[in-house]
Design a protein around this ligand. Structure first.
Ligand code: FEO
Ligand code: CA
Ligand code: CA
Ligand code: CA
Length: 680
């Protein structure tokens, strides 16, 4: 195994490196506002522990292939290796990429890369060629959207090396899209282009036998879902008054999906997508103080987003349509195998700033879905289905499986540390066994199909818990975390990993202080939580796997691994697993003066905690949507060139096309020269 000496960064004088333009358009300046969670906590609820045997699944194609311990969720469809997880170097044997600020994707020696698809590339044969200076809404609706985030790669049955690539488009950055953009004079065309640049893309891609290369093609599955696509609601809030507006008196359908961030692939072959910072599209405030207070818990009505969509459609004006914002902030399920299908927003999964939606299946076929609410001091959730998965690819099984996320119990996490007297906000590791503790899943909502859904929170009905889940979780006494992003079960072991990206306000006056799972004040670099969950039950144990940052700094921890041999890592965001059970982490907002990157982390054996940078992305970009297959790695390169000094006339990045071109968010694939296995 090779491990190059790493250039360590020792400066700790900054916050996350995100540009203020990114903050403004992506999340409505969530980090500059007061935090949305002003609750003081306080626990009630009963704790029931039901042991279940661990089970994991293999899926990602069109069918449920198997349910049972030891198999692997392998979206690649490649055969899982029989190498034991955690064997030193298995899957992580590559020369680490040093931290850098180059305007390119840097990959290890011996690897090759290709841009698969960029903002504006054609998704349909009749899409016009991308023309930055003459973009239209009609063109954008047939082209790849802006700011790619989540990616899924689903093998097409019976078509060798052919896949569906499903990608979410988190948000638009109008000053990067339109020359001379001004909030004072947003045009209808700009508004319609932006709506069409949101949502998701489904596109067929052709792989190759001898490399990881992927070539987009025009096939029957190709589809754009945008900010105007009709989408249905399922679950306890569907049809409730809380979802009714002047254009939808039924409260059962909504136009579009917005701010689609992380997601997940279900074992039955559909794709989940989390609507995250949806508040950033709504202007104004509700006049009713109860409604305004509920909106405030989500940051609706207090952001000044220069998109000004409310000038073109009153649904984005909270004063005129106070319920429209309630119709965003959900987890969406789309069936990429039917381009005419109507996606659904699952209200049983709760409403918050959804980051991701990753599934573990127990041996009896119960679906357990883990979800993060990405804002400072927000919570971790799980949903346990009451229905079991049906195997096979028949129409009946498929119909059944697509109802699984409508019925079950929604929980939020409460965490307790083992060493409360040793946590002082410095990040000093408790001397005996690291940061460890226990946890409880507090029940919030029992979703039933027969209209008999039950609130498990006093003073709220079932629809209210579904729509104002943050308020229900406050009442239950959930633990305030350092921005829960991706939460992902390891298909090899069933352990669940949480990326807690950072929290500049932890420990500041007036905010929650440090606790064992969030042990650093003004946490700039984030941490990774490892949960051993009783998946269908309500108890768990946990440990911090990584306390991220400069390995040379005292406040970092790499599961006890030799810190002189790891890559600096900061602001973990998305998680994925390779076929051997190693964890891979992409970052967003590196606070160590390097570009963001993708890292491998060994989880088991003597090298547990060994962290290596596999790639870095260009200037201003974050790394998203990693997929780690046996023979290829995919990442989405989001918001390249977004910086406070960038203009369309003077871009700070020219990636991927070079020269004097505008930066374009893209999907990139990396493979080993000569077609070898990644990290082997
Ligand atoms: Fe879209 Fe939490 O990042
Ligand atoms: Ca993210
Ligand atoms: Ca993930
Ligand atoms: Ca992030």
């Amino acid at each position: 195994m090779t491990l190059k000496p790493l250039a360590l960064f020792v400066k700790h004088d900054g916050q996350s490196s995100r540009a203020s333009m990114t903050c403004q358009y992506k999340c409505g300046n969530a980090c500059f506002h007061e935090v949305s969670n002003t609750s003081d906590g306080g626990y009630f609820g009963d704790i029931v522990s039901t042991l279940s045997r661990r089970g994991v699944l293999k899926g990602g194609a069109v069918a449920v292939l198997a349910v049972g311990a030891g198999s692997v969720l392998a979206a690649c469809g490649d055969d899982a290796t029989t190498d034991p997880a955690g064997s030193p170097g298995i899957g992580t044997d590559f020369t680490a990429v040093a931290p850098n600020t180059r305007d390119e994707v840097m990959i290890p020696d011996g690897y090759e890369q290709q841009v698969v698809i960029r903002w504006g590339d054609s998704v349909f044969a009749d899409a016009p060629a991308f023309d930055f200076d003459n973009q239209t809404a009609a063109a954008q609706a047939k082209q790849f959207g802006f700011n790619a985030d989540y990616a899924a790669l689903l093998p097409i049955e019976g078509a060798p090396h052919k896949y569906l690539l499903v990608v979410s488009h988190e948000y638009t950055t109008e000053p990067m899209m339109f020359r001379g953009f001004s909030p004072d004079s947003v045009t209808r065309e700009q508004y319609e282009i932006a709506l069409a640049a949101h949502g998701l893309t489904v596109i067929e891609v052709q792989g190759h036998a001898d490399s990881g290369k992927l070539t987009p093609g025009f096939g029957k599955y190709n589809r754009r879902i945008t900010g105007t696509t009709e989408i249905g609601f399922t679950g306890p809030a569907a049809g409730s008054d809380l979802l009714k507006t002047s254009v939808d008196a039924t409260g059962t359908k909504v136009l579009g999906t917005l701010n689609n961030c992380g997601g997940g692939v279900t074992p039955w072959g559909t794709v989940l997508s989390g609507e995250e910072n949806f508040n950033g599209y709504f202007a104004g405030e509700a006049t009713d103080p109860t409604i305004a207070a509920r909106h405030k818990r989500y940051g609706v009505g207090k952001v000044d987003i220069p998109r000004h969509w409310e000038r073109f459609d009153k649904r984005f004006d909270v004063a005129q349509e106070p319920s429209e914002a309630n119709r965003f902030g959900w987890t969406l399920e789309i069936d990429p195998w039917d381009a005419s299908s109507t996606p659904v927003k699952h209200t049983a999964l709760g409403r918050f700033k959804h980051e991701s939606a990753e599934i573990h299946v127990t041996d009896d076929g119960t679906v357990v879905l883990y979800m993060g609410d990405d804002e400072r001091f927000e919570y971790m959730y799980k949903f346990v289905s009451s229905k079991k998965i049906q195997s096979g690819n028949g129409a009946a099984a498929r119909r059944h499986n697509m109802t699984i996320l409508s019925e079950g119990t929604l929980y939020v996490a409460k965490i307790t540390g083992d060493h409360p007297t040793q946590i002082d906000g410095t990040g000093e590791v408790p001397s005996d066994k690291g940061f460890t503790g226990t946890g409880q899943w507090l029940p919030l909502l029992e979703a039933r199909a027969d209209g008999q859904s039950k609130s498990l929170v006093e003073g709220m009905n079932a629809a209210e818990v579904a729509v104002f889940t943050r308020l229900a979780a406050d009442k239950a006494g959930a633990t305030k975390m350092d921005r829960p992003e991706d939460i992902q079960p390891n298909p090899k072991t069933g352990k669940v990993y949480v990326a807690l990206t950072n929290n500049s306000n932890r420990g500041k006056e007036g905010y929650a202080g440090p606790d064992e799972a969030n042990p650093r004040n003004q946490n700039k670099n984030g941490q990774i939580l490892e949960i051993t969950d009783d998946h269908t039950g309500t108890s768990f144990t946990w440990t911090l796997l990584l306390v991220c940052g400069d390995p040379a700094a005292a406040d970092t921890y790499f599961a006890g691994f030799d810190k002189s041999k790891v890559s600096p890592i900061s602001c973990p965001d998305n998680l994925a697993f390779d076929p051997y059970g190693n964890l891979w982490i992409s970052t967003d907002g590196n606070a160590l003066k390097s570009n963001d990157g993708l890292f491998s982390v060994v989880l088991d054996g003597p090298n547990r905690g060994e962290t290596k940078q596999f790639l870095t992305v260009p200037i201003g970009a974050e790394t998203c949507g990693p997929i780690i297959e046996e023979n290829r790695v995919l990442v989405c390169v989001q918001h390249p060139g977004e910086s406070d000094t960038a203009t369309t006339d003077n871009p700070t990045s020219h990636w991927p096309d070079g020269g004097s071109t505008q930066p374009r968010a893209s999907v990139v694939v990396v493979w080993k020269k000569n077609g070898g296995r990644i990290g082997r």
